[in-house]
Design a protein around this ligand. Sequence first.
Ligand code: 5GP
Ligand code: ZN
Length: 114
Amino acid sequence: MADCLFCGIADGKIKVNLVYQDDAVLAFKDISPKAPVHILIIPRKHIASVLDLDSSDGAVIGQIFQVAGRLAREQGVADSGFRVVANSGADAGQSVFHLHYHLLGGRQMAWPPG
Ligand code: 5GP
Ligand code: ZN
C-alpha cells in the first residue's frame, strides 16, 4: 500500500536491521527499542490492524507466532521470558497501521502494562 511505512520495509525500499524473512513474514529490529530484545514481526501483506484480519489470514498469523518463538530462542530470551504484543488503536498506542507484533524480552516487565 502506498505511503505505508511497513509496506516500504517489506518492499526493501526502507532499510532495516532484518533478522528473519520468508515469503509471507518479515522480522526486524525496532528503531526505538523498549527492551534489550525488541523485534517487530509483520506480514508482507498490508493488513491495517487486528480489526482487519479475515479468515484467509490464519496461516500468516500462525507463521508470525512460529517466527516469534524461533526468534525468542535465537535472541536468548526463551528461558527468561518474553512478550508478543500487537497494539491496536489509539488507547493501545498503535502508531503504524500495518499489523505488527512486538517481540520484547531481556528485562523484567510489569503487569498490567502501562
Ligand atoms: P506501534 O506503536 O504501532 O505499536 O509500533 C510501531 C513501532 O515501529 C514502534 O515501536 C517504532 O519504534 C517502530 N518504528 C517506527 N518507524 C520505524 C522504522 O522506520 N524502522 C524500524 N525498524 N522501526 C520503526
Ligand atoms: Zn502496509
